[in-house]
Design a protein. Structure first.
Length: 488
């Protein structure tokens, strides 16, 4: 049974050499998790840069950069952590190459790793639940809109906050519902607008920053390693959360250069992610970043204040439109028979509820730090298995075969589960959980090491090595020989 309900495509010519149809940004995307025919492939890999750049010039990156200094790191230590953590965007780029190869989103491609039924569980947790949580955390930047409402003379009470969150979410979900073509059309101007706005913030921050900043009591020994590794995990949680990068590359022609896809995706995430995180770290040397928005507004010119607030809202919309888009695909891949546009709205409703809890009940900064560090224990192994599978298969995926969910599918494996993938990701997550250190939970290994958090490297290595060692080189759905697997 198919888990999506695609709209008909009577106007598509799928003959070899037929020109692709024009972009239709003003029309709701018809495709969900179904296979994209060659006749509808279009675009160039450089377009991926603005997609990922717009998603990384945002409030959450500022918060994370400032949090590194609050953790006790010196400025230059924090900058080194930011560079290393953002280097994980290279893995996001590697995963993106599977989109054009298969013509399907990541949520379908991972059937090759986990089997038809096993992948439904994978999508329910890694694809849907974590995406919804990230949507909620990012949407919490809607506090910028609270400030705008206050400046407009509105009382910033609970009722107004709820209305503001819903309005920002509605704008975000509109982009997600219209889908891929609108995202590709909007994200270049969004990137340019955010770059200009954050350049203004950078000027003010650099004027006040203390470039020789060191903590009053510098960290040493175990405490320093704990802060450095915890900080890397915190920064890396951003790129690791995008195990869905093929969602945005799957419309590219299958002949598109894999190197170009990796390069533009990784650069689009790394460059702005590093610069905006660094901006947060610089700011933390001059102001109290426990309340980043208020602190930064204190050093910005008064006339620039509305621009800054609008930039925070626009950045939130940009990153969450991608997150909601992928969450909608994940809900379909779980097996829910619902159109992609409706699944996005379901995700948005759940996310808004979580956001209101984060804003009205819990401490936002603590919530961000601990949720992001905890998710690394699962996201690291998941990304490691995906990347390893791409390398072992030499990025050869049969998109049409991946759409077959019957017991006769080459990706049915044993009872619908690829036990190799399941064992690898569960073992990686289990070992990583023993090594994680957060306010809410400290694993026994992290405790024995004095709070040093090794969850990220350990989870990645264990999952990747196990998957590569256990995966057969031949068998149904497991052809890893140089021959093509495309059914054409």
């Amino acid at each position: 049974m198919a888990s999506t309900i695609p709209d008909p495509h009577p106007d598509v010519d799928d003959r070899p050499g037929a020109p692709p149809p024009p972009e239709r940004a003003a029309r709701v995307e018809a495709h969900g998790i179904d296979h994209i025919p060659d006749g509808e492939r279009r675009g160039r890999p450089r377009e991926l840069f603005s997609v990922w750049a717009a998603a990384n010039v945002n409030y959450l990156s500022l918060v994370v950069g400032g949090a590194l200094v609050l953790m006790g790191l010196g400025l230059w230590q924090a900058l080194a952590v930011i560079v290393v953590g953002n280097a994980f965007w290279l893995l996001t780029g590697v995963l993106a190459v599977s989109g054009p190869a298969a013509g399907t989103p990541s949520e379908v491609i991972t059937r090759a790793m986990y089997g038809i039924r096993g992948n439904r569980v994978n999508n329910a947790v890694v694809g849907w639940l974590i995406s919804v949580c990230y949507f909620a955390l990012n949407l919490a930047a809607a506090t910028a809109a609270f400030s705008l409402a206050g400046e407009a003379g509105l009382p910033v009470n609970t009722g107004v906050k709820i209305v503001v969150v819903v309005l920002v979410a509605a704008l975000t979900l509109t982009i997600s519902v219209y889908g891929h073509a609108l995202i590709m059309k909007l994200y270049l101007p969004i990137t340019l607008a955010l770059t200009v706005a954050f350049a203004g913030v950078a000027v003010a921050v650099v004027r006040h920053a203390d470039f020789s900043y060191t903590p009053e009591q510098p960290l040493t020994g175990t405490g320093l390693w704990a802060a450095v590794l915890g900080g890397i995990a915190l920064v890396a949680s951003g790129p690791l959360s995008y195990t869905t990068s093929a969602d945005f590359s799957r419309y590219l022609p299958r002949t598109t250069s894999a190197r170009a896809i990796v390069g533009w995706t990784a650069l689009g995430g790394f460059l702005p992610g590093t610069l905006v995180c660094a901006l947060g770290a610089f700011a933390a040397t001059a102001v109290d970043m426990t309340d980043p928005q208020s602190a930064l507004r204190g050093i910005l010119p008064g006339w620039f204040d509305p621009v800054f607030l609008l930039a925070l809202i626009l950045g939130t919309v940009a990153i969450n439109a991608l997150t909601a888009y992928s969450a909608g695909l994940a809900l379909q891949a779980v097996g829910v028979r619902i159109r992609r546009s409706l699944s996005v709205l379901v995700d948005g409703t759940v996310s808004v509820a979580l956001t209101l809890y984060a804003l009205l009940v819990s401490n936002f900064l603590d919530t961000v730090n601990n949720v992001l560090q905890l998710t690394v224990a699962l996201l690291g192994p998941s990304m490691a298995v995906y990347a390893t599978d791409i390398l072992l298969r030499r990025n050869r995926y049969d998109g049409r075969a991946l759409m077959d969910e019957t017991p006769g599918s080459p990706f049915w494996y044993s009872g619908g589960v690829n036990r190799v993938g399941a064992v690898a990701v569960l073992a990686g997550t289990a070992v990583a959980s023993l090594c994680v250190d957060t306010l809410y939970y400290t694993g026994p290994i992290a405790s024995a090491l004095g709070g040093v958090d090794l969850a990220l490297p350990v989870g990645l290595v264990v999952a990747s090595v196990l998957y590569a060692a256990l995966l057969p080189r031949t068998g149904p759905g497991l052809r890893l020989d140089p021959g093509r697997t495309d059914r054409r």
